[in-house]
Design a protein around this ligand. Sequence first.
Ligand code: IMP
Ligand code: MG
Length: 184
Amino acid sequence: MAHDMINDLEEILFSREEIAEGVRRIAQEIARDYENRQLVCVGILKGGFIFMSDLVRELPMQIETDFMVVSSYGNNTSSTGALIIRKELTTDIRNKDVLIIEDIVDSGRTLSYLKQYLSGRGAASIKICALLDKPEGRTVELEADYKVFECENKFVVGYGLDFAEKYRNLPLIGVLKPGVYKNA
Ligand code: IMP
Ligand code: MG
């Protein structure tokens, strides 16, 4: 399928096929690690929604799903200050294994804050599954327990990731042309 949004990219990092294969690989790891556990997958909206929906369909076991909406004070392309919880869990996570599903770990602030926020609620474990990891962006110590791809420290869009709320529906992951920012 030809997508006109592709013209706004300077580079395609991961194709649909590569993403599908990567998601299947991570799902197999998760399925093996959480065999006979009570897994709750917690998708972080909005960025995690496409990754989450593909990932959970590759898990061949009973799981629960829930979502949180968080937003950070700060600009469009990086998260700076504190985090605001805009939608809470509705699932009781006591004695269950929580897997937070996020689009990307950049500075690490979002997930570090979220992990801390959810701790103390009696979960058996809290782990992180990220589609992308930008290790060079890190300002706090935070490692994803599962990650599909590492990428360079460039602003990427597609497969859930946005620029100014657009491009989330692009079925692949790419780097935006600088001109697109400047004209926005
Ligand atoms: P962190 O708190 O700096 O790790 O930032 C994570 C959040 O910043 C992600 O959930 C994204 O919403 C956003 N973000 C970071 N890098 C990118 C990117 O390259 N493209 C789109 N969003 C990004
Ligand atoms: Mg975002």
